[in-house]
Design a protein around this ligand. Structure first.
Ligand SMILES: Cc1cc2nc3c(=O)[nH]c(=O)nc-3n(C[C@H](O)[C@H](O)[C@H](O)COP(=O)(O)OP(=O)(O)OC[C@H]3O[C@@H](n4cnc5c(N)ncnc54)[C@H](O)[C@@H]3O)c2cc1C
Length: 397
């Protein structure tokens, strides 16, 4: 019998295993993932941004964990020789309305204790000649990394500490008794004292598998990107973000320098017709049926009808997508945008049709499920893992 079984080889499952073995060295632990490689889903399909914590309500758990997470991510990179860069992020306001929203954001940045500079239109032209705006804010602490590299480094430490990692192993059933919890998989059974689940896009299904009565579902939101042609790779030095539109739930498409030297623009936020369909938005019958039988889906669609149409227009037309980027980067051309695989966000939605904003933990006597870990959860992975570990150890004691 294992002390702990962890489901999920994304950054949260791995960070949890990594921290558990630091807190309780010698514990017997196995991490399983259905895919053949680590970080196959959200973690390996994200923007690779180490967020500084600009947007989150001052004093909130999200704000606190993001700031701590960004610092600890950088320390982890230094400890394991993982390439990262603190390139800074420019939030660019392109009209008077956005300038006033940028001022609102500045209050948040101050309250969240971040180092920043206000940038005039003239200064913006000097530091980023290809970017245009009425005003901007430069947030110094924002950085970039490849989160798959972080996962691989943590996996190395887990194995060295005696933890097992079984890839290509899908959890198919859970049986719990007073004395143990049994995980059925396509590769046989795993028996443990405590189960921890960090299954991202499948989190609601696994919670139901454990017999938990849930009142939310994970809805998948595609984040569609374009790769910027290599010839334009020197277009920007910083990450370039629009001022977020308060009527839209996500941050807006941004120009992101990746740590491998490439440049991307995205992601948008389109409802996905499958949970794991990265190359095209082709409907998956089982995923569609789950979505359509959930009342919260219709309430969400009604609430965000105009935002949904806005996203759909940008998804269907490359020209519309381009126009949104040209607002702050006017020299971009259609031929600069090259195809790139999308990412898919696991976003929990309540039966009232509300987007769940915070982390969502559910429990049985022997299992703990992390059911909502939206962005910036890759940045905040280590402090989120601390929270999971302290809950799991309380359960195990
Ligand atoms: C487009 C996009 C851009 C983003 N950009 C950023 C960013 O720049 N910065 C940032 O901080 N955050 C970002 N995020 C958010 C961040 O990537 C996620 O919050 C984070 O990766 C979640 O990690 P996870 O481990 O919970 O999930 P995942 O990485 O999805 O891992 C879950 C794992 O569970 C496994 N699994 C599921 N079901 C089973 C089963 N039955 N049996 C076995 N294994 C199973 C899956 O195979 C998967 O590997 C972004 C997300 C997306 C999608």
């Amino acid at each position: 019998m294992y002390d702990f079984v962890i489901i999920g080889g994304g950054i949260l499952g791995l960070a949890t295993a990594y921290r558990l073995l630091q807190e309780r060295p010698g514990s017997s632990l196995v991490l399983i993932d259905k895919e053949q490689r680590l970080a196959h889903h959200q973690t390996g399909h994200n923007s690779g941004v180490i967020h500084a914590g600009v947007y989150y309500t001052p004093g909130s758990v999200k704000a606190k964990l993001c700031k701590q997470g960004a610092e600890r991510t950088v320390l982890l990179c230094e400890e394991h020789g993982i390439k990262y860069e603190r390139c800074g992020k420019l939030i660019v306001a392109t009209d008077a309305g956005e300038v006033s929203r940028l001022r609102g954001l500045e209050e948040r940045v101050i309250a969240n204790g971040l180092d920043y500079e206000n940038i005039s239109s003239q200064q913006l032209r000097e530091i980023e000649p290809n970017v245009a705006g009425e005003a901007a804010m430069l947030v110094h602490a924002t950085g970039i990394v490849n989160y798959t590299d972080i996962c691989n480094a943590m996996a190395g430490v887990i194995r060295e500490a005696g933890g097992e990692i079984h890839l290509g192993t899908a959890l198919t059933g859970i049986r719990e008794s007073d004395t143990e919890i049994v995980m059925e998989s396509d590769k046989g059974e795993f028996i443990a004292r405590t189960l921890i689940v960090c299954a991202g896009l499948q989190g609601d299904r696994i919670a139901m598998m454990a017999g938990i009565d849930i009142d939310f579902r994970v809805l998948p939101f595609r984040g569609e990107y374009y790769k910027i042609a290599a010839a334009r790779g020197e277009l920007v030095k910083h990450l370039i973000y629009p001022v977020p539109d308060p009527s839209l739930p996500f941050l807006g498409v941004h120009l992101t320098r990746m740590i491998d030297g490439s440049l991307t623009v995205g992601p948008n936020a389109m409802l996905s017709l499958g949970r794991e369909t990265y190359s095209s938005n082709f409907p998956v019958p089982g995923d569609m049926a789950d979505m359509m039988s959930f009342p919260g889906f219709y309430k969400l669609m009604a609430r965000f009808a105009s935002a949904g149409l806005y996203e759909m227009r940008g998804s269907l037309s490359k020209r519309v997508y381009l126009e949104r980027c040209r607002k702050y980067c006017p020299s971009l051309k259609l031929e600069d945008l090259e195809p790139m695989e999308a990412g898919i966000r696991a976003q929990s939605v309540s039966s009232d049709g509300e987007l769940v904003d915070d982390f969502l933990f559910l429990e049985t006597s022997r299992s703990l499920h992390c059911c909502n870990a939206p962005s910036p959860a890759a940045t905040s992975a280590l402090p989120i893992a601390d929270e999971i570990v302290s809950r799991a150890l309380r359960k195990a004691n």
